[in-house]
Design a protein around this ligand. Structure first.
Ligand SMILES: Nc1ncnc2c1ncn2[C@@H]1O[C@H](COP(=O)(O)OP(=O)(O)OP(=O)(O)O)[C@@H](O)[C@H]1O
Ligand SMILES: [K+]
Ligand SMILES: [Mg+2]
Length: 683
């Protein structure tokens, strides 16, 4: 199977521009145009102007009318062109992704243990089917590993060449169709039906085919329609003024004036800005399920980050056994070992490894064992071995558990244990307390390392006015040590999935927008509740379904860039809206004096632009109005530059650049065009 990655597209890719030029004409279809009310109005004016021009063929203003009609059509075409380019770029990315869809052959098995398989095309697989994948096989569909462990080459979707481990149980069980098994053998339970795979949905989204207007876009569109109506009234009153003074303004001039005044610039670029924001995210290897969540990302106030794996490197390793004074270290190690035999978390595996290397422990030959797997809810794991309950886990969970066994109140924790727990916690380690029956044995020290560079990233977020909160199942001491070292604003310790969900709801009740990322199935409710929930691609299928974004690289720190891309999208739209409206205001003052100069010579004082004639003024304005859309397409697609700063600083800077710029540019642009029009004798 050949592997393609979406390549960096040039803004001036000839194939995309060619197709977009054709699509711009197709998009003249009124049924499509109506979705953009400002452009629909412009289209109506173009039709009207064309009709008037034909009616008045040979009249005094005929030549100018022909030109005005042509430029009105260009205005609509240019806006369609902008949208078509954005869509074309999305389609190009989708095509590259589609290249990764293989015509893989699935090896379907009847059960996990079954040795013989039936081959069938990957498209025929249904949710619930079991398939076996061996070294060299392309995984035929999205699913969860239900047996075995394998290294998988996921470069087809992530671009990362190093193979990753996928195994049953735990939070690394999800596999994506189109990726390839490099070593070993796994049994995968398919989780999606034909045509609904992750890749299928991803393609549909980046193609823009299923794109819905976001709530913000709808709100802005309503505002633009409102402004257009105001200008409709303004223009409608002009003939009265004119006839009062005994001059008649040709109808074509009036309707052209209307188009120059309504917010055609932002109206024409709005959807291109939205599509481009989505594309920027895809280029960043993050797939968003809706445009709405990209926008929400730009408005985030609170960022919840897991400790393990996000702030620290993850895969905590057992480093030492700390027995209580009346316990011998080997007994503690043995209990820890037994309780971890069926624990396939990185923590459990590292405990096995440490016990083996320190005391050469091996699995007992006989004896009935019932394993209790780790859960984020109980925050412990263990085994019932020959009637004895051995447990390990978070200190508060285990002490409460033991107290209940012994019928004591949880208060009576031995001082010595408290000290051992604190010793580990103060250096940012995770203490796991081990108990056998109702007897506390000691502590396992799990070491965790803070990711390099994470402090600077939190500083950046603070500059953006975003609060960072670290979430951990660990005890408050460990949490405080890591939080201080990493520089987060706040932390939630001894967190269970319920507490996490509650925290999100609390922030949301206070009117804040919350983003989080997660990978485990127990993160799914919180991912669904958060305004922006980013699931790791390596995570479980449940997490990927619950989130509204999926990070193909499974890098939890990317949440930071996602927020920046969202902010950039909002800023691009805000800046271009400011520019567009300032432009329209400026045009009003540029054109009105020129139109009425003949009848009201007093207006000469306002006629700062000194345009050649009323005809030339209106023609120049309509040409400028069309060309500015083309000129701003690159900015709409690339987005305005975003530098982390507070909202007020950004607002002030943007008002200055795009507001004042928007007022000044039409005066210069229209004047230049007017000089050209006059020189060439066009009006
Ligand atoms: N395999 C395990 N067996 C028993 N207890 C564990 C195991 N792994 C972790 N714990 C304990 O349970 C607590 C909660 O674990 P959990 O994975 O939910 O949170 P965390 O790893 O501390 O934080 P994060 O949400 O960042 O992963 C841990 O802090 C630890 O004390
Ligand atoms: K306009
Ligand atoms: Mg964890």
């Amino acid at each position: 199977m050949s592997i393609h990655r979406p390549k960096e597209l040039s803004l001036f890719d000839a194939a995309i521009l060619g197709q977009a030029a054709r699509d711009a004409v197709v998009k003249l279809d009124p049924r499509q145009l109506i979705k953009n009310p400002v452009m629909f109005a412009t289209g109506l004016v173009a039709v009207l102007s064309t009709a008037l021009t034909i009616r008045d063929a040979g009249s005094e203003h005929f030549a100018v009318m022909v030109q005005i009609s042509a430029w009105l059509w260009f205005t609509v075409l240019f806006a369609n062109f902008a949208e078509a380019i954005a869509e074309g770029r999305g389609k190009a990315q989708a095509a590259a992704l589609r290249g990764t869809k293989s015509s893989a052959v699935a090896k379907k098995v009847a059960s996990v243990e079954a040795r013989d398989f039936q081959t069938l095309p990957a498209e025929k697989l249904k949710a619930g089917d079991l398939v076996v994948c061996e070294a060299g096989d392309v995984i035929p569909g999205d699913g969860d590993v239900v047996a075995g462990i394998a290294t998988v080459d996921e470069s087809a979707i992530t671009g990362e060449s190093a193979p990753v481990i996928r195994e049953s149980g735990g939070d690394r069980s999800a596999v994506t169709g189109g990726t390839r098994v490099v070593s070993d053998r796994i049994v995968v339970q398919i989780t999606t039906n034909p045509g609904e795979s992750f890749l299928d949905r991803m393609i549909a989204l980046v193609e823009g085919a299923k794109r819905q207007k976001t709530p913000n876009e709808i709100a802005l569109t309503i505002l633009l329609v409102g402004m257009s109506l105001i200008f409709l009234i303004v223009v409608a009153t002009l003939p009265g003024w004119a006839s009062y003074s005994g001059t008649a303004i040709p109808m074509v001039f009036l309707i052209a004036l209307f188009v120059t005044l309504i917010p055609t610039t932002i109206g024409g670029l709005l959807s291109a800005i939205g599509i481009a924001g989505m594309d920027r995210l895809v280029k960043f290897n993050v797939i968003s399920k809706s445009g709405r969540s990209v926008e929400a990302a730009g408005d985030i106030d609170v960022l919840l980050l897991d400790k393990t794996g996000t702030i620290t490197l993850g895969a905590r390793q057992a480093a030492e056994f700390l027995p209580l004074s009346n316990v011998n270290e080997r007994d503690l190690a043995e209990a820890a070992y037994l309780s971890s035999l069926a624990d396939d978390t990185p923590e459990g595996k590292s405990i096995i490894a440490l016990a083996k290397s320190r005391f050469g422990l091996t699995e007992p030959k006989n004896g009935a064992m019932t394993f209790i797997p780790f859960s984020a809810h109980t925050r412990m794991s263990g085994v019932d071995f020959e009637g004895t309950e051995i447990r390990k886990g978070a200190s508060d969970s285990i002490t409460a558990y033991v107290a209940e066994k012994a019928g004591r109140t949880p208060g009576g924790i031995p001082k010595e244990l408290v000290l051992a727990v604190e010793r580990v916690a103060k250096v940012g380690g995770t203490p796991l307390v081990v108990a056998k029956g109702d007897r506390l044995l000691g502590v396992i020290h799990l070491k965790d390392i803070i990711k390099p560079g994470i402090r600077e990233r939190f500083a950046t977020l603070r500059a953006m006015g975003i609060k960072t909160v670290m979430i951990t199942g660990d005890n408050p001491l460990t949490a405080a040590a890591i939080a201080a070292e990493a520089g987060v604003d706040d932390f939630l310790a001894e967190a269970t999935p319920e507490k996490k969900l509650e925290l999100i709801r609390d922030y949301q009740k206070g009117g804040r927008l919350v983003a989080m990322c997660g990978d485990g199935s127990n993160d799914a409710p919180a991912l669904a509740q958060a305004d922006v929930g980013v699931a790791m691609n390596t995570g479980t299928q449940a997490a990927r379904e619950a989130g509204n974004m999926v990070d193909l690289d499974s890098d939890p720190t990317k949440l930071i860039e996602i927020v920046m891309i969202g902010k950039q999208l909002l800023m691009s739209r805000g800046s271009l809206t400011t520019f567009s409206i300032a432009n329209d205001v400026a045009k009003y003052f540029a054109i009105i004096p020129a139109l009425f100069l003949a009848s009201y010579p007093q207006l000469q004082a306002l006629n700062v632009m000194n345009l050649a004639s009323p005809q030339s003024a209106i023609l120049s304005a309509i040409i400028f109005n069309a060309l500015i859309i083309i000129a701003l397409i690159p900015l709409a697609l690339k987005g305005v530059k975003y530098r982390p700063a507070s909202a007020e600083t950004l607002l002030r800077r943007n008002l200055l650049v795009y507001g004042v710029g928007g007022l000044a540019v039409p005066f210069i642009g229209i004047k230049v065009i007017d000089v050209l029009v006059a020189t060439l004798g066009l009006a």
